[in-house]
Design a protein around this ligand. Structure first.
Ligand SMILES: [Mg+2]
Length: 126
């Protein structure tokens, strides 16, 4: 895999991998469960590296990049098996966010210091 592999190319690579190595896609609901498991693995690292939790002494060093890659892999599997064109969906989604939030975050005083750190912008309605 090249360093600059595009999303569409990655979707194709994952499709080939699933069919050649993984035999077939797991069901959509199984992949949803796996996506949640992988999100939990990302959360476990984030809460320990950036949050207040700590790792057990005997745990191996965390690899956030590997866990994000696991999460993206199963997300791409779900996109592939449900017919989602991710580059098109990502472009459409960013355009939607750009139009909807054109001034929203600039009008959020919490982003200019002194806000409640527990209420991150965009966390409730994105
Ligand atoms: Mg994982």
């Amino acid at each position: 895999m090249k360093d600059d592999t595009g999303i569409r190319e990655y979707q194709t690579m994952v499709d080939h991998w699933v069919k050649e190595v993984g035999v077939r896609y797991f069901s959509e609901l199984t992949n949803l469960g796996i996506l949640l498991e992988e999100a939990g693995e990302v959360a476990r690292i984030m809460t320990r590296v950036y949050g207040d939790q700590s790792f057990k002494r005997e745990e191996p060093a965390p690899d956030l990049g590997d866990e994000l890659a696991d999460l993206m892999f199963v997300l791409v599997c779900i996109a592939n098996q449900t017919g989602v064109d991710l580059p098109e969906a990502l472009a459409r989604n960013l355009a939607k966010k750009s139009a909807r939030d054109k001034t929203r975050h600039w009008n959020n005083p919490k982003l200019f210091g002194g806000g409640d750190p527990g209420s991150a912008p965009g966390s409730l309605d994105d």
